[in-house]
Design a protein around this ligand. Structure first.
Ligand code: ADP
Ligand code: ASP
Ligand code: MG
Length: 421
């Protein structure tokens, strides 16, 4: 008998019918003789709706209260799912994140799991019950408060429980058949990937492929958890995310996938004195706001002015705090002005085979040029090349780049449900 963790995303439990369908699937796994721990997200777009409600009251709701509000979404789905499973004659018990022992740091809205003490989950399993755990939420011992793990965080809950309980596999059930070479909602000719390394998955997730949450992939990589991303709407095999051991080889195509991200903004610090220490000063101020900086570009100053421009990208939600902090230090740093652009899109191509293949950038830039798409920023890592374009060209960019690297297949990728929010 093995232990399996099954995580169901919001689109898989959007209404009563879906919850019944998922309950049947869980019961079938239990009846096949496995111990089953289920992690569930809030129904459909509940989290977005709760957020909108809060924002109608105040522009920046207090973190503690927002977490109280948002965690209610998962409490609804966990209880309903447990009822549905019991209705099928199998014992099931639902647990909040704190009851399941998901202990986090105190950072509201983006808490990190520091410890997992799944005593009650283990106890339920020992008594033959299916344990249903609310995803995306935890508990901080110091403050005694409920926290959330960041959007998409139910994936992390599932991986953390799989690691703590020594699960054979952590199955992530969603509304597409697995991880594709591009978002199937934008590129219907995307190909399903059967096996992907956690290294490549990490790059795709950080570049915006929200099918898996980046922190979940990180956690799985660190703890050696195998992930299986698959559809809750059929029984097809999905995508295995594996952690190859040193020396073990996995076939590595030059380009594995393309991802886009519309959640970032660009800030340009105009007219920075081109002398040592200025970048350090600017990014120390930025770091003080806890903003997550991604790409940084500094143009070369022209000899005549002795001034440079520094641009960087960051999550849209972090931009205002950074602008306020930099403005407060404008005289001290000595820059001319700030520009804020929230109409950017980021596109990244990812592939471990890039390490040993020349010409990937040339092919990427040529494809964008031929489609008339202007590149505003470029950055590279060992297995990824990212560019910034205008937001309204990024989907077209994804399609042309996907074709240019020969990733298109004839079969049309199916999106079974969900609104893609
Ligand atoms: P869930 O509610 O199950 O967590 P998400 O909406 O978070 O589902 O993630 C699934 C969605 O991720 C898909 O519907 C798809 O539109 C999107 N997606 C983005 N990039 C990819 C990719 N490379 N492969 C598969 N899906 C992707
Ligand atoms: N319900 C949360 C969200 O929408 C967590 C999750 O679904 O993973 O982000
Ligand atoms: Mg998700």
């Amino acid at each position: 008998m093995s232990l399996i963790v099954q995580k169901f995303g919001g689109s898989s439990v959007a209404d009563a019918e879906s919850i019944k369908r998922v309950a049947k699937r869980i019961v079938a796994t239990r009846q096949a003789g496995h111990e089953v721990v289920v992690v569930v997200s809030a129904m459909g777009d509940t989290t977005d709706e709760l957020l909108e409600l809060a924002n109608q009251l105040v522009p920046a709701p207090a973190g503690r209260e927002l977490d109280m509000l948002l965690t209610a979404g998962e409490r609804i789905s966990m209880a309903l799912l447990a009822m549905a499973i019991k209705g099928l004659g199998v014992d099931a018990r639902s647990y909040t994140g704190s009851q399941a022992g998901i202990i986090t740091d105190p950072q509201h809205g983006a808490a990190r799991i520091t410890e997992v003490t799944p005593g009650r989950v283990r106890e339920a399993l020992d008594q033959g019950a299916v344990a249903i755990v609310a995803g995306f939420q935890g508990f901080n011992r110091g403050t005694g408060d409920i926290t959330t793990l960041g959007r998409g965080g139910s994936d992390t809950t599932a991986v953390a429980l799989a690691a703590a309980l020594g699960a054979e596999v952590c199955e992530i059930y969603t509304d597409v058949d697995g991880v594709y070479s591009a978002d199937p909602r934008v590129v219907p000719s995307a190909r399903k990937i059967d096996v992907i390394t956690s290294e490549e998955m990490l790059e795709l997730a950080s570049a915006g492929a929200k099918v898996l949450y980046i922190r979940a992939v990180e956690y799985a990589r660190r703890h050696g958890v195998t992930l299986h991303v698959r559809s809750s709407f059929n029984n097809n095999d999905g995508t295995l995310v594996v952690n190859p051991k040193e020396g073990e080889t996995v076939e590595e195509p030059i380009i594995t996938g393309v991802a886009t991200d519309l959640s970032e903004a660009k800030i340009t610090v105009v007219g920075v004195p081109d002398i040592p220490g200025k970048a350090a000063q600017i990014f120390t101020i930025v770091a003080g706001t806890n903003a997550n900086i991604d790409m940084i570009v500094q143009n070369v100053s022209t000899a005549s002015t002795g001034l440079a421009d520094i641009s960087f990208t960051l999550p849209k939600s972090d931009a205002q705090a950074v602008i306020t902090a930099l403005t407060a230090s404008q005289a001290d740093v000595g820059f001319d002005s700030l520009q804020h652009d929230d109409q950017i899109g980021k596109l990244a191509v990812v592939g471990a085979g890039m390490r040993t293949n020349a010409g990937v950038s040339a092919k990427l830039f040529t494809a964008l040029f031929e489609a008339g798409i202007n590149i505003e920023m470029i950055s590279t890592s060992e297995i990824r090349i990212s560019v910034v374009t205008r937001a309204d060209t990024v989907n077209e960019a994804m399609r042309v780049v996907h074709s240019a690297f020969g990733l298109d297949v004839d079969e049309v990728a199916v999106v079974h449900a969900g609104t893609g929010r």
